[in-house]
Design a protein around this ligand. Structure first.
Ligand code: LLP
Length: 415
């Protein structure tokens, strides 16, 4: 469910005409619906209502502090993967005792920042990381609560770049070795083992892989309990997919029911780390058609947003619906929708049937709220676009469009 619908021929975000915002803000820009964001969080969180749990929004999906503030106000915690994300979460007022820290390459400065902030727990991804965190606790006179990220070797059946729980993946610790790490952690004075963690991948559209992973994690928890470990938290990561095109991923309540069923009797608090599910369909990218041209073999619609603004089609071949902001009677055409960036991989859609586009008109690239702005860059010296949040019939600029001055702000010509 989302709030990007046509009223008559005009695309609206809640009660705001997209065209009106474009006139005032310029293009391209990301546009988010507050009601959709809140709705998604509530539906997900409610699905786990019957069990102790913390929903820790995966900040990487969309890290604008206005969005973190919305989720934080609804009681969300945060799943972070860097010092920068911790900074954002704290700045948005999220509570450190609801923050979990994942990632294979935590630097000393980042570890120190997290220790000083008293976050809920570190999800440990290697033996050496555990060692380093222990050293830093001694140095700072702090304790670290940890869980070990298990690599359960489950195929999430998604794009290889976003599969993270396979044997060959860099993430987590092999399920067999993990037990030894737990035992070893007992000898580390300032380390308090509190949890078990896993995350198998992203944009997962079947329930099976989640069930398989939880079953394996359950076994570990039972073994650990028999060895006297008190496992308080079971962090099951994120990964539930959304409909971009024809996918029909499980609904949050089916996902929750499956998990709750599998963890029954363990007495742990669940931690869930949804990212895409909360923000993906709550955002669009609005872009203007600059030119159209017919090549020998293909027709192109050239728009003012490029791969630097939304890189998902270029790197994962992902599908995003592209719709006119103003509907009108016209023929369909088979086109590539491409950006101004000097790379052949710069496309938002390829071989797409869509209403014939006109120069100057606005297009909406749908389902762009997750991993859209967050993965954008300044490639080709393109200022990053504005981000706009709609609530009812009002809009707020939650990130200004960058200027040319912003592009060179940190640079210096040698004396
Ligand atoms: N927890 C951990 C440890 C993760 O690594 C991720 C995503 C999540 C939670 C959130 O997963 P989600 O619920 O959003 O699926 N850039 C790619 C997606 C990369 C996902 C990385 N990790 C894309 O645009 O599809």
């Amino acid at each position: 469910m989302h709030h990007f619908q046509y009223k008559g021929n005009d695309l609206y975000c809640e009660d705001m005409a997209v065209e009106k915002i474009a006139k005032e803000v310029g293009t391209p820009f990301y546009l988010y619906s507050k009601e959709t964001l809140e709705h998604h969080f509530k539906v997900f969180d409610k699905a786990f209502l019957d069990v102790p749990h913390i929903t820790c929004y995966a900040v990487k999906a969309n890290s604008n502090i206005a969005i973190l503030d919305i989720f934080g106000s609804l009681g969300s915690g945060a799943d972070i993967v860097s010092g920068g994300e911790l900074f954002r979460a704290l700045r948005a007022g999220m509570s450190p005792d609801r923050i979990v820290y994942s990632g294979v390459g935590k630097k000393i400065e980042e570890i120190d920042f997290a220790l000083k902030s008293n976050i809920l727990m570190f999800n440990i991804e290697s033996s050496q990381e555990l060692e380093v965190i222990n050293q830093r606790t001694e140095k700072l006179g702090k304790k670290a609560r940890i869980s070990i990220r298990i690599n359960p070797d489950v195929d999430p059946k998604t794009h290889p770049y976003i599969s993270t729980g396979l044997k060959k993946s860099k993430f987590g610790i092999d399920i067999k070795k993990a037990l030894n790490e737990y035992r070893r952690s007992r000898e580390l004075k300032n380390i308090e083992v509190v949890g078990v963690d896993c995350h198998i991948g992203s944009q997962i559209t079947e329930i099976g892989p989640f069930r398989d992973a939880v079953r394996k994690i359950r076994e570990i928890v039972v073994t650990l309990a028999s060895e006297g470990f008190a496992i308080k938290y079971l962090d099951l990561g994120g990964g539930l997919g959304i409909p971009y095109h024809v996918e029909e991923p499980p609904q949050p309540d089916e996902y929750a029911r499956t998990i709750i069923e599998e963890v029954r009797g363990l007495g742990c608090t669940l931690i869930l780390e949804p990212g895409r599910l909360l923000v993906g369909n709550a955002g669009i990218l609005v872009t203007k058609v600059l030119y159209t041209k017919d090549g020998e073999e293909k027709s192109f619609v050239i728009v003012d947003a490029g791969m630097n603004d939304l890189i998902r089609p270029s790197i994962y071949g992902s599908f995003h619906f592209i719709q006119p902001v103003k509907k009108e009677e016209r023929k369909n055409a088979m086109v590539d929708v491409v950006g101004p960036v000097c790379e052949s991989g710069d496309f938002l859609a390829s071989a797409r049937q869509m209403p014939e586009a006109r120069p100057g008109e606005l297009l909406a690239v749908m389902s762009a709220g997750a991993y859209g702005f967050a993965m954008s860059s300044n490639y080709n010296s393109r200022p990053r676009v504005a981000e706009v949040l709609v609530q009812g019939d009002r809009y707020y600029i939650i990130r200004k469009r960058e200027t040319f001055e912003d592009l060179i702000r940190l640079e210096e010509i040698q004396e």
